[in-house]
Write a protein that binds this ligand. Structure first.
Ligand SMILES: C[S@@+](CC[C@H](N)C(=O)[O-])C[C@H]1O[C@@H](n2cnc3c(N)ncnc32)[C@H](O)[C@@H]1O
Length: 278
C-alpha cells in the first residue's frame, strides 16, 4: 500500500498512533501526501531547517482562507460583503490581478490554493528547529529579525506581478536580499505555476545550512528545493499533495540527479587526468 493510500484508508488515526508508522518515511525521498500527515511522522526538532512555500489562498482573485482566525481576527476590514466571497471559508477578499497567469493555471490552482490552518504552523514549528516561510506576509507569524527578499529585476513596476517576494525567517541573522530573475528559461520544461528557481534555494542553503543538516519542504510543488538540497549534499524530505505535480516532480528530480552525477563523474575524470599530467 502506498503512503497516500494508507492515509486515505485510515484517515482517523491519531497523531500518537501514527508515530508507530514513522519508519515508513525515509530521508532523501519525497512523498505524495498531505504535509500534516507527513509531519506527524516525525519527532520534535527532527529537521534542522524547514524551507516552505504554502499556498496563501489568492487564486480566483479572492483570498480563500481555510480558517477564519488566519489573521487573528485583526483584519476584519478585509471581510468582503460579496456573497460569492462570503461563501468561501473566511470570506476575506484582497483582489489580485493575475492576468494571463491566472487564466492559464486558474482552475488547477483553485483546487489547492487554501491557506493552511494555524495547526500547520504549530506542527511546522514542532518538527523543525528553524523555519523559512515564503509568503510569510500572508500569515499570522511572530515578529522576525531576519527576513528574506527575493527581488525580481525582470518585473517592471506597472506589470501585473509582484516585483519581490518575502520570506519570514526564524534565524537570528541580518535580513538578506537576492536579485534573481523569475523569467523561466525556454530550454527547460516548466509545468508548475508557482515554481521558485533552484538558484533561490541554492542561495538559502549556502547561507544557512551545514553539512549533515536535515531539510523539510512541506509544499514541494515543482521540487526545485529538492534539487538544490541534492546539489548541496543535504538530507531532505518533501511532501506534495497533488498526484500529478508529485509524479512530474519525481520524474524531473530523477533526470536532474542523473545529469548531475554525469557532470560530477566527468569533472572527477578531468581532475584525475590533470593530476596525471603534473
Ligand atoms: C506555492 S506551491 C509551492 C511551489 C514550490 N515552492 C516550487 O518551487 O515549485 C504550493 C504547493 O503545495 C501543494 N499543497 C497544497 N496543500 C498541500 C498540503 N496540505 N500538503 C502538501 N502539499 C500541499 C500544492 O499542490 C502546490 O504544489
Amino acid at each position: 500500500m502506498t503512503e497516500s493510500a494508507f492515509w486515505l484508508t485510515f484517515p482517523k488515526l491519531s497523531a500518537d498512533m501514527r508515530t508507530g508508522y514513522r519508519l515508513m518515511l525515509e530521508l532523501n525521498h519525497s512523498y505524495n501526501m498531505d504535509c500534516m500527515q507527513g509531519m506527524a511522522q516525525f519527532p520534535d526538532g527532527y529537521f534542522d531547517l524547514a524551507v516552505v512555500d504554502p499556498p496563501y489562498g489568492g487564486a480566483g482573485n479572492t483570498f480563500k482562507c481555510s480558517d477564519k482566525t488566519r489573521f487573528g481576527g485583526r483584519f476584519d476590514r478585509y471581510r468582503s460583503t460579496s456573497p460569492a466571497v462570503q461563501n468561501l471559508a473566511g470570506g476575506y477578499s484582497i483582489t489580485r490581478t493575475g492576468g494571463a497567469w491566472a487564466a492559464k493555471y486558474g482552475k488547477k490552482i483553485i483546487a489547492w490554493d487554501n491557506a493552511p490552518r494555524p495547526e500547520y504552523f504549530d506542527e511546522l514549528f514542532r518538527v523543525s528547529k528553524q523555519q523559512i516561510i515564503w509568503g510569510g506576509n500572508y500569515f499570522d507569524l511572530p515578529p522576525c529579525r531576519c527576513f528574506l527578499i527575493w527581488n525580481k529585476p525582470n518585473i517592471p513596476t506597472d506589470f501585473t506581478m509582484a516585483q519581490c517576494e518575502f520570506a519570514w525567517c526564524s534565524l537570528n541573522e541580518n535580513a538578506k536580499l537576492i536579485s534573481l530573475s523569475s523569467t523561466r528559461s525556454k530550454d527547460a520544461k516548466h509545468w508548475h505555476p508557482t515554481e521558485k528557481p533552484i538558484g533561490l534555494y541554492d542561495w538559502i542553503f549556502r547561507l544557512f545550512c551545514h553539512p549533515g543538516d536535515k531539510i523539510l519542504d512541506t509544499h514541494l510543488g515543482s521540487g526545485n528545493s529538492r534539487k538544490a538540497a541534492y546539489d548541496a549534499g543535504l538530507d531532505f524530505i518533501g511532501f506534495e499533495v497533488d498526484p500529478e505535480y508529485y509524479a512530474k516532480g519525481c520524474a524531473d528530480f530523477d533526470a536532474y540527479a542523473a545529469q548531475q552525477s554525469l557532470f560530477r563523474q566527468a569533472a572527477a575524470e578531468s581532475a584525475g587526468e590533470q593530476l596525471c599530467l603534473l
